[in-house]
Design a protein around this ligand. Structure first.
Ligand code: ARG
Length: 308
């Protein structure tokens, strides 16, 4: 059992936090390296330990599976070292995928590979987009709403395209700090109604919008953000979070969730964390079949996904 799957007990809290079973698409870091720099975290002169990156990725998969979630694997491709960051490959809501169109030529070939991987995973509708967008890297799904980043990678015109293709409300949030170049390193969904975020990644209008929509949000501090603590993955109860984000984990725990610390330090050299490695495959309503793992007792069908 990986060290990172040890959890503490929940803090006494007014609300019971309920996990729902998730399905994720992930790509092993078989070709992971830093051979170019497309964000301020990446330094090609600094060595990376690919086998350590692989162990950290394996630990993340083991944590998800121990929580009863399903992990589908996409095939890694040589020459595409960032393919491990599956979140950038698409966004999938209601059983419909909107594929990525990468901002940089280094990652451009990943878009078609992810569309194929999504078909292979049984997603029946996979749109090829017209505008540059980096999938869940810049799209954070909170219930029926999609928060959408722009400023470094995703073209703001992609936000309207996403709204049209999915029928969801899409809320544009400009990103202003190059260290937080994707939305998913600045905010994550705790559940369908609440988020945690780092205010310094947003402009004044974005901060006001987040305050208005999420008055009970967990506010991360700069240290939390700089260890990519906001690149966390929640199933509504368990929050898989980079282990150096102590302040954020304490707030998450106080709010009644169970932080599950994980070490993703090697992948962070590329500017990524657990969420970047994880593309959630959100099913069409009524399409899920719950397959809880042995020992996973806290799973419930996601609202609207009960088999009818
Ligand atoms: N090196 C990758 C890039 O700059 C990291 C992507 C991280 N992914 C994410 N979802 N934030 O594109």
């Amino acid at each position: 059992m990986p060290r990172s799957s040890v959890v503490v007990s929940p803090a006494p809290s007014r609300v019971e936090r309920v996990a729902t079973q998730r399905r994720y698409l992930m790509t092993p870091p078989s070709h992971f390296e830093i051979s170019y720099a497309i964000n301020v975290w990446m330094d090609p002169s600094r060595p990376v330990d690919r086998s350590l990156a692989h162990r950290q990725w394996d630990d993340l998969v083991a944590v998800y599976e121990s929580l009863g979630h399903t992990v589908e694997r996409a095939d890694p491709a040589p020459g595409l070292p960032d393919m491990v960051f599956a979140a950038n490959g698409a966004v999938v809501v209601g059983g419909i995928a909107v594929g990525a169109r990468f901002a940089t030529p280094q990652r451009a070939p990943e878009a078609a590979l992810y569309r194929e991987a999504l078909f292979a995973a049984g997603i029946g509708v996979v749109h090829e987009p017209s505008y540059v967008n980096e999938g869940e890297g810049d799209y954070v799904v909170v219930g029926d709403t999609i928060l959408a980043g722009t400023g470094f990678r995703t073209d703001v015109r992609a936000h309207a395209e996403l709204a049209r293709l999915t029928g969801r409300e899409v809320v544009s949030l400009p990103l202003v700090d190059p260290r937080f170049y994707h939305l998913d390193v600045a905010v994550f969904a705790l559940d369908d109604h609440n988020v945690a975020y780092y205010p310094g990644a947003f402009d004044a209008d974005g901060r006001a919008e987040l305050r208005r929509r999420f008055p009970d949000a967990i506010i991360a501090d700069e240290h939390d953000a700089l260890v990519l603590g906001l690149n966390a993955v929640s199933d509504g109860r368990h929050v898989v979070v980079p282990d150096e984000a102590e302040h954020l984990m304490a707030r998450v725990h106080e709010a009644g969730y169970l932080p599950i610390p994980i070490d993703m330090s090697e992948l962070r050299k590329s500017g990524g964390g657990p969420k970047c490695c994880t593309l959630e495959l959100r099913p069409a309503p009524g399409a899920t079949e719950l397959r809880p793992a042995p020992g996973a007792t806290e799973l419930r069908p996601a609202p609207g996904t009960e088999p009818s």
